[in-house]
Unconditional design. Structure first.
Length: 304
């Protein structure tokens, strides 16, 4: 289970917007009860999320909602009301501002009790964790191994920047402060999240670009995230989906190279040769693994 490439955020308060999102080309959609819903609208929004989960055709997309953070008075009702009310249809919960493995352990215990009470297999509801603070990053390895429910780590650039006191003019893109720093300012946190995810067998998703009209900024941000190993990226507007899907899909050149490597490997095995050459370059076991990953991503994207 799990969406790859473009993950579209939709306000949990709007069933209409959820319907439009599900007809988009986004690989995944999540209904947001946190930042997208004002405090006095959160209770009503839970009902809208339940309605969307139970009454709409999701077309194979996992049913995901983002709860409120665990340091708020809203999160426990989010869990109990939505999971119970959706009647076992919830596939995953996106957990914002995860601070430590204990946060996810507590949710694991809560979910197990709810699943038993509604007759759902324990462990059915998966968790996806947002790393958005200095504390979360410091504990990311622990978080990644905290529960078998966890499938994905997400980077939250806006809240992370606020947590560490990093100035930022616009979420998700480079600004004048990047001209001061000799490198990409988020490279450390992003790569650390990817390493923690991969070492625990999880997926990794980059956060959004807030200015949905900045196509060039989105393209560059997406390329940086993919270059670091992320599987996909958040979209906060449907206009961002095509660019994200494009950049997080293997190119024709990558697919062609991967096919050549796999074919050359097969021929070398049949001939009993340990030396493999593709387009004048020696390839080794690492090259073969990279080729297999590229072809798997191409299959997931429907390109093969």
């Amino acid at each position: 289970m799990g969406a790859g490439r473009a993950l579209l955020a939709v306000p949990g308060s709007s069933v209409k917007m959820a319907g439009k999102a599900l007809s988009s080309e986004a690989d995944g959609v999540f209904l947001d009860l946190e930042d997208a819903v004002a405090p006095d609208g959160k209770a009503e929004a839970r009902g809208s999320v339940i309605e969307a989960f139970r009454g709409m055709e999701w077309g194979g997309k996992p049913r995901i909602f983002r709860m409120n953070a665990m340091d708020t008075p809203y999160f426990h009702r989010d869990i109990v009301e939505v999971v119970e009310g959706a009647g076992g249809s919830v596939d995953a919960i996106l957990v914002p501002k995860v601070r430590c493995g204990g946060d996810l352990y507590a949710l694991d215990v809560m979910l197990a009790a709810i699943e038993k009470s509604i007759g759902v297999e324990v462990g059915k509801v998966k968790l996806e964790a947002q790393i958005e603070s200095a504390e979360g990053l410091e504990n990311v390895r622990e978080i990644a191994r905290s529960t078998a429910r966890l499938t994905t780590l997400h980077f939250g650039p806006g809240d992370y920047a606020a947590s560490v006191g990093m100035p930022q003019a616009s979420i998700g893109v480079e600004d004048e402060w990047d001209e001061v720093y000799p490198g990409h300012r988020f490279q450390y946190v992003m790569h650390r999240i990817v390493v923690a995810a991969r070492s625990a067998g999880l997926r990794a998703f980059d956060g959004p670009v807030a200015d949905y009209g900045d196509e060039e900024g989105l393209r560059r941000s997406s390329r940086i995230a993919r270059s670091l190993g992320f599987d996909g990226k958040w979209c906060i507007h449907p206009a961002q989906i095509d660019i994200v899907n494009e950049i997080f899909s293997p190119t024709e050149g990558e697919i062609e190279w991967a096919r050549k490597v796999i074919a050359a490997y097969g021929e070398a095995n049949e001939a009993g040769s340990g030396a493999i050459t593709v387009d004048g370059q020696m390839v080794d076991a690492a090259s073969i693994r990279m080729a297999e990953v590229s072809l798997e991503k191409a299959r997931s994207a429907g390109l093969l």
